[in-house]
Design a protein around this ligand. Sequence first.
Ligand SMILES: Nc1ncnc2c1ncn2[C@@H]1O[C@H](COP(=O)(O)OP(=O)(O)OP(=O)(O)O)[C@@H](O)[C@H]1O
Ligand SMILES: C[C@H](N)[C@H](N)CCCCCC(=O)O
Ligand SMILES: [Mg+2]
Length: 202
Amino acid sequence: MKPLFISGIGTGVGKTVVSAVLVEKLKADYWKPVQSGDLENSDTLTVKSLVTNDKSNFFQEAFRLTQPFSPHKSAALDNIEIKLNDFILPETKNHLVIEGAGGLMVPLNNQDLIIDLIQKLNATVILVVRHYLGSINHTMLSIEALKNRKIDIAGLVFNGNSDEFSESVILEQSLLPVVGRLPDLPSVTKGEIAKLANFIEI
Ligand SMILES: Nc1ncnc2c1ncn2[C@@H]1O[C@H](COP(=O)(O)OP(=O)(O)OP(=O)(O)O)[C@@H](O)[C@H]1O
Ligand SMILES: C[C@H](N)[C@H](N)CCCCCC(=O)O
Ligand SMILES: [Mg+2]
């Protein structure tokens, strides 16, 4: 069972929300390898607060950086060097949901990118897409990068407001499956996350 790596077409597109839905649905374990800033309100704590099952394990981040920037910059500001070999896949017999930082080409250091980490961990990607003006291009570039490296893609999750035109061109061009479509929630709560489990098929 390969781990699922939740990446997105950029930062703030809903990777944490989608991760929470998947963790709840699969009663999966969760790991955020790099947390940049917001340490008191980290993605791990957010997912933990949004799921209700008691089977999921939450692994400690490999890097907890104090500043909310790209990991390579946050690490430099904390006088830390991130090395790809520092990332050890947590051992589990359960499903494992791994959440990236930002999008695929976000740097961990001056050489390695999030996409290199995905390859090192031999994970299958779920790409979270949110529609905004410019998102078609960000989506196509992300898919091209994954295909170019022959990384397994489970499919796309469209998060938030729908856009028929954007969605149809992305699906026609990429031929990728849709794993889910999540509506914009009035508030992101445990109850809403549990309901969204039915919106994802994996
Ligand atoms: N479907 C949704 N309905 C309502 N709010 C949402 C939804 N998806 C995401 N949000 C909100 O949008 C914001 C950004 O989402 P989220 O934190 O999941 O993004 P991210 O991709 O994980 O960002 P990062 O790159 O910082 O990890 C959060 O405040 C989140 O609660
Ligand atoms: C701090 C933020 N919430 C994310 N964890 C990191 C986003 C890095 C984006 C870098 C970039 O694409 O320019
Ligand atoms: Mg997040």
